[in-house]
Design a protein around this ligand. Structure first.
Ligand SMILES: Cc1ncc(COP(=O)(O)O)c(C=O)c1O
Length: 387
């Protein structure tokens, strides 16, 4: 029987040495290991099946993180990376080669968009971009593509991918579906259980959870291990063992934190929705969201990310954000602290106002990463800042 999420979060993956009696995994701050290691019962690197050799290939602290994450995302195997972008780029480069076509959505995270539009294109890999609604119909000619890439919840419009429908359609074609589930976290979604082949995460966000590391993870069935680990070894995007240790520690409380993020965000989205200064709230947990039904089918919780627009437009948004005392103005997301940002100033600043409009991002749209502070304090802060 599979143990509950929090039990797995605490117990799985830890490296324990009975002779030392350590309760938690040590930081193996080693670049290299004795080779050949002929000790009886020598520990084996799960990516090679051989004793540890060199940290760019594998390291016990990284592997502890990978095993714990795999147990939470319900995947056979996983690898950790130096950033979410390293996880995405390494995974995609292991799947694609010159002449292949990729299918994706037009409103991806900006750097992923650049990876597909510029970097992969320069290697002769073309990407077709479609709207999320079009992709969610799951009736495109998928056989033309070597892979399909989407995000669980899109930033900052909070559209939700129908991984269940896509996964079903793609399994019939054998084309792998890669899902960036950063906004959902393994607590709210296990993409491979819904039919995806690979899930990727910016571990910088909910997995780390404390706005103190840059980290990436990818989870998959064991058949992908050889290719993805070879590409990681080649591109070199492994995390430092200290970073991996902090990711491992973050995962232990992921369930507790996500429960608080989910609950707080639902309360704040409902509060904002009825506020007279607010024109629109995007949150998949609200019945008013166009994606509520899809979210219910694909997510076990709606997460901590909300976006909303004020009657006062961009100047009203700037004024409100500067008045907040609990929430801070900063990009990034998924930490214990509440953060607000204007995508038109930060994550989507490189797009023209017309391109932003086409993606549903008005100049005054505020993106909110709801933290785990008391909901009452956050609501009071919004009440004051909006008044
Ligand atoms: C959805 C999503 N994917 C990937 C990334 C990239 O992650 P990292 O900054 O860890 O490279 C981000 C970063 O904001 C993100 O929001």
């Amino acid at each position: 029987m599979t143990r509950g999420f929090n039990t797995r979060a605490v117990q799985e993956g830890e490296v324990k040495d009975k002779q030392v009696g350590n309760v938690i995994t040590p930081i193996f701050e080693n670049s290299t290991f004795i080779t050949p290691n002929e000790a009886s019962g020598a520990a084996v690197d799960h990516s090679t099946g051989k004793p540890f050799l060199y940290t760019r290939v594998g390291n016990p602290t990284l592997e502890a993180l990978e095993r714990k994450y795999a147990a939470l995302d319900m995947v056979d195997s996983a690898l950790s990376f130096s950033s979410g972008m390293a996880a995405i780029s390494t995974t995609m480069l292991s799947l694609l080669k010159t002449g292949d076509r990729l299918l994706s959505v037009s409103d991806l995270y900006g750097e992923t968009l650049t990876l597909f539009k510029k970097t992969l294109k320069s290697f002769g890999i073309e990407t077709d971009f479609v709207s999320l609604d079009n992709l969610n119909k799951a009736n495109l000619d998928f056989r033309k593509y070597r892979a399909v890439f989407t995000e669980s919840i899109l930033n900052p419009t909070m559209g939700v991918s129908d991984i269940r429908s896509l996964g079903k359609a793609l399994q019939e074609t054998g084309v792998p579906l890669v899902v960036d589930a950063t906004f959902a976290s393994p607590y709210n979604q296990n993409p491979t259980k819904l039919g995806a082949s690979i899930s990727v995460h910016s571990g910088t966000k909910y997995i780390g959870g404390h706005s103190d590391i840059i980290l990436g993870l990818a989870g998959f069935s064991s058949g992908y291990m050889k290719e993805i680990s070879a590409m990681r070894k080649n591109l070199g995007g492994v995390p430092d063992p200290i970073q991996a240790f902090l990711g491992l520690r973050g995962l232990k409380t992921l369930g507790l934190r996500m429960k608080a993020h989910n609950e707080n965000a639902m309360k704040i989205a409902s509060f904002l929705e009825q506020h007279q200064q607010v024109v629109k709230v995007n949150y998949p947990g609200l019945k008013s969201s166009r994606y509520h039904e899809i979210a219910e089918k694909n997510l076990t919780g709606f997460g901590g990310m909300i976006s909303f627009e004020l009657k006062g437009g961009i100047s009203g948004a700037r004024k409100m954000m500067s008045r907040m005392t609990v929430g801070a103005m900063a990009p990034s997301l998924g930490g214990v602290e509440t953060l607000v940002t204007l995508p038109s100033d930060t994550s989507h600043a490189s797009l023209s106002p017309e391109d932003r409009k086409a993606l549903g991002i008005s100049e005054g749209l505020i993106r909110l990463s709801v933290g785990i502070e008391e909901a009452e304090d956050l609501i009071e802060d919004f009440q004051m800042a909006l008044s």
